[in-house]
Structures are given as C-alpha cells and as structure tokens.
Design a protein around this ligand. Structure first.
Ligand SMILES: Nc1ncnc2c1ncn2[C@@H]1O[C@H](COP(=O)(O)OP(=O)(O)OP(=O)(O)O)[C@@H](O)[C@H]1O
Ligand SMILES: [Mg+2]
Length: 504
C-alpha cells in the first residue's frame, strides 16, 4: 500500500489530501502519480470508482505555478455534470495551494463564464463544445497549457467527438503533457488517442475483471411488457438507499420517471433535453436523498460519483459493453458494495453474452420477484422502521395510549396493524410505458459490437457558438439532434454515420 506521503508531493497538497480524508493512494493513483510528475504522457485505465480523478488531479495541481496568471491545465470531460464534479475535486485538492479552477460547459450563461475567465483561472475543466466556443471567441487562451487531461477519453474520442477534441488540441502547445483516463479503453480508440500523444505509457491496473468485484451483478429475463412491474417489485424487495435506473431513450426516461412517481416512488429523470438548471436540480435532489430513484439516459453513465447509490437497474440492456461497465460503475465506488440488475428481453440474450465476454464476468440470473415477495420486502422495511423506533428513549409519551389500545386488542393484532400502517404496499396502478423495440438480434460474438467500428465520424452542422446542443446523448443513426437515442427500430441502430451529441 502506498501512502500519499511517499509520493513526493508538496506539503500543501498533502494537507489538502488529508483534509479530503484520503489515507492511502489507490492503485491507479500510486502507479500514475510518479510517472505523471515526471512529465510523461499516460493512458490510465482502472475500474470505475477507483480514484482516477485524484490520480490526474494531484500531479496537475502540483505543476501549477500559482504566480503565473495563465491557464496552465486543461481538463476535458464528456458531460456538464462531470465537468462540474471534476472541477470540484480539483478545487479540494488545491484547497491549500489555492490554484484557481474554473468549469465551463454548455447551458450556462456564457457572459458569466467570460467574466470568470478574466479572473485568471489556472485550470479549466470543460466540455468540448463550450471550450471550442470560448476558443473561437478568443476568451480562452490555451497557449500556456502544459498539462492536458481527457477524462473518459474513450467516450470522447469515440464517434463524433474527435473533431472537436482535435480542434481544441490544435490550440494547445504540442510540448504539453497529455493524460487520458477511463475505466474502458478499447484498442481502436487507444490507437486514435496515441496519434496526439508522445510515447504514452499505458498504465492499466491489473485485474481479472473490467468491473469491480464489490458490485454484485444480476440479470433478469423479462418481456418488454413485464419490465415495469418487475422494476417496481425489485425496488420494493431490495429497498435501495439510492438507485439509478438507466433507460435507452429520453422518452423512456420521461415515461419511467412519471410512472414511478405515479406508483409512489420518489423518482425524477435526467437526460440531455432538459434545461441545465433542471439537470442540476434533479442531481442535487438525488445527492441529498430528496429523491430515491434517478432515472437517466447514458448522460449519467460516465464518471458521476454519488455516494449512497446502492443499486443500478438497467431497465434496457445497453448495446455497448462499455456503456454497461460505466453504468453499473455508478455503484460500488471507493470500496463500497453495490448491486446491478440488468433487464434482458428474450431476444436480447445475445447482448448479455457480449457484455459478459467484455467484462469477463458472468451475471447471476435473478428470478423476477412475485407480488407477495414485493409485499414481504416492504413489510420487512416497515418492521425495520418499527425496530428502530423501539430504540428511542422518548416513547414514554406514547405508553398511555399504547396501554389503552392493548386493553382492547390482542398484541399480535396491534403490532400487525402498526406494520401495516408503515408498509408501502406494492402499488399496481396501471401506467403507460411505450414499448421499446428490442435491439436488433445478434449472435454472441464481441466482434462488431459498436456497429461500424471506431471511426470517429465527424459531426456536421455544429451548433452555433454557445448554443445549447439540445440533442442530449444520441447515438442513434438518425440525424436529428433532438431525437431520442436509437429510434431506428428494427434495423441496425448504428450506421457508419454514428454520431452523438451530448450538450457540451
Ligand atoms: N485515495 C483514496 N482513498 C479513499 N477514497 C478515495 C481515494 N481517491 C479517491 N477516492 C474517492 O473515491 C471515489 C471515486 O473516485 P473517482 O470518481 O475519481 O473514480 P473514477 O476512477 O474516476 O471512477 P469512474 O471510472 O466512474 O469515473 C470518490 O468519492 C473519491 O473521493
Ligand atoms: Mg472518473
């Protein structure tokens, strides 16, 4: 085990790390920080939730000259929420050194960002589109950047993002150090990445499986029609502390969050068509536990670190194995336990095999719970609440009434009534969920799982500067940026003109 104190870090950074509560460096931190401090380019791959942010954050902060007012570090992230989160983590690492960190992303007032730029931030964390926008407006000068990080590099280099990234890189000195991090790094993407790196060192934390062992992985075979009832019952049986339900499209997310609310769950949805203010409010409520279930498209699959997420439900199986790895990685973080349950329709069993081949881990089959099992789950939850309440010392005020009640009722009847009152009985209110077509049938091979391969097709018709690319997170073959993901029905959803927009 490596202690941060053994990594040759400055006193200021060590102090900040201590304040963050970190004692030992995680394996990816221990293996990349020394190499990064030497100035080498790195492709860093380690499982979800194992501290990659701090792994690139510490050396970047170490190398900032706070007396120099120029932007010296640039971090590019695929989504707005991730850009915000990463900037917050860097801010914490730099609490003592006091390097200035600024996040810029689409959907936020650009004038406000321009004003913030004038306060000479040392590090910029941004999404590709908005960064380009600032570069074009000449409100962001990257000529003094010595350290560049692509967080979730494979995601950004895959399909469509590559043009933006290349344009940004053209404005950064070629002598810079480039660091790429992700939990997944398919070979074709790695080869693209190496094009703009200098003799990168590939640092991969060795593990048998791509996913972390603290996530218990299940699948359940269900028909499209059964899915929603099965989801409700699973939530009732498993009573997650916080759960994320991933759906394939934005419409799916809207319908699911509405349906869950109708059935009495505290659920809200997040996807790329919502305003940035709304996205932030929903995420904040989820982090604070004011909603228990976050329903999301893949916009929330990458990098988000929300403590207390105990369950991930893949309401629709993702078609890319990488997406699966990142989705389930929203639980089981920083050594905590988690559980994932993936719904598979009979025709989609081939996708399950592909996922398992990629993760090198078999999922355990889970029988969908019955109505009675769901009821029992909720009753047990009620009993837990009752047991908790008996530990309270100030129940005395209730004794008189309790005695009066027990004089007229059997004790078993009294307790049963209390449990019943506290039980949220499984709700079977009919809800409207549009049926999603199954993914096109496929065999078991990994082969061509992402359709046309990693071509990095270009994104035409880039939205005007500062525009909110409201397309959300499309990977569909269609050209409509505002459309849902994969609406292409029975045909293969990804053609060679793969592209996604993601609200930079
Ligand atoms: N050395 C450490 N000791 C304890 N906790 C840590 C340490 N480093 C990071 N963490 C915590 O672990 C959690 C996960 O970290 P982080 O988000 O950086 O993971 P990641 O590897 O980037 O995951 P993903 O692949 O999902 O992006 C965070 O809550 C972070 O604060
Ligand atoms: Mg990360």
């Amino acid at each position: 085990m490596t202690k941060f104190a053994d990594l040759n870090l400055s006193a200021a950074t060590l102090k900040s790390i201590k304040r963050m509560g970190f004692e030992e460096a995680t394996p990816i931190q221990a293996s990349t920080i020394p190499v990064s401090l030497e100035g080498k380019d790195i492709i860093g791959q380690a499982q979800t939730g194992t501290g990659k942010t701090t792994a690139f954050g510490i050396p970047m902060i170490e190398k900032i000259d706070v007396k120099n007012p120029a932007v010296q570090g640039l971090i590019i992230a695929p989504t707005r929420e991730l850009a915000i989160q990463v900037s917050e983590e860097l801010y914490r690492i730099s609490a003592d050194k006091r390097a200035r960190v600024l996040s810029v992303y689409g959907g936020q007032d650009i004038q406000r960002q321009i004003r913030a730029m004038k306060k000479n931030p040392h590090i910029i964390v941004g999404t590709p589109g908005r960064l380009l926008d600032h570069i074009k407006r000449k409100t962001l000068n990257l000529t003094n950047v010595h350290t560049l990080v692509l967080d979730e590099a494979d995601e950004m280099l895959n399909m469509g993002f590559i043009d933006d990234i290349e344009s940004i890189l053209e404005t950064v000195p070629p002598t810079r150090q480039t660091l790429l991090f992700s939990a997944t790094m398919p070979d074709p993407i790695r080869r693209i990445a190496e094009r703009f790196m200098t003799e990168p060192e590939v640092i991969k934390v060795k593990s048998k499986e791509v996913t972390v062992s603290n996530i218990e992985q299940f699948f359940t075979k269900v028909t499209e029609k059964e899915k929603f009832d099965v989801l409700s019952r699973l939530i009732d049986v498993q009573s997650p502390e916080l759960a994320i339900v991933f759906g394939r499209t934005k419409r799916r997310v809207d319908e699911l969050s509405r349906a869950l609310s109708i059935r009495g769950y505290l659920a809200e949805g997040i996807h790329g068509d919502l305003s940035q203010a709304r996205r932030m409010t929903v995420l904040k409520k989820f982090k604070e536990g004011r909603i228990d279930v976050l329903v999301a498209t893949d916009v929330a699959a990458r990098g988000l670190d929300i403590s207390g997420v105990t369950h991930v439900y893949n309401f629709d199986i993702p078609q890319d194995p990488e997406s699966y790895v990142h989705r389930i990685g929203r639980t089981g973080r920083a050594g905590k336990k988690g559980m994932s349950i993936t719904f598979v329709t009979p025709r989609e069993m081939g996708y399950l095999k592909v996922v398992e081949q990629t993760t090198k881990k078999k999922m355990t089959a889970l029988k969908p719970p019955s109505h009675n099992e769901a009821l029992e789950g909720q009753q047990r939850l009620a009993l837990e609440k009752l047991t908790e309440a008996t530990k309270e010392s100030d129940l005395k005020d209730y004794y008189a009434l309790a005695e009066e009640f027990l004089a007229n009722h059997e004790s078993i009847q009294a307790v049963a009534a209390a449990i019943r009152v506290l039980t949220k009985e499984p709700d079977t209110t009919p809800v409207d969920i549009t049926e999603e077509r199954p993914l096109p049938s496929r065999g078991g091979g990994r082969g061509n799982s992402r359709g046309g391969g990693y071509k990095g097709g270009s994104r035409s018709g880039k939205g005007g500067s500062g525009s909110n690319r409201s397309g959300g997170y499309n990977r569909g073959g269609g050209s409509s940026r505002g459309g849902d993901r994969n609406r292409s029905g029975g045909s293969r959803p990804q053609s060679s003109s793969k592209r996604k927009s993601y609200n930079s």
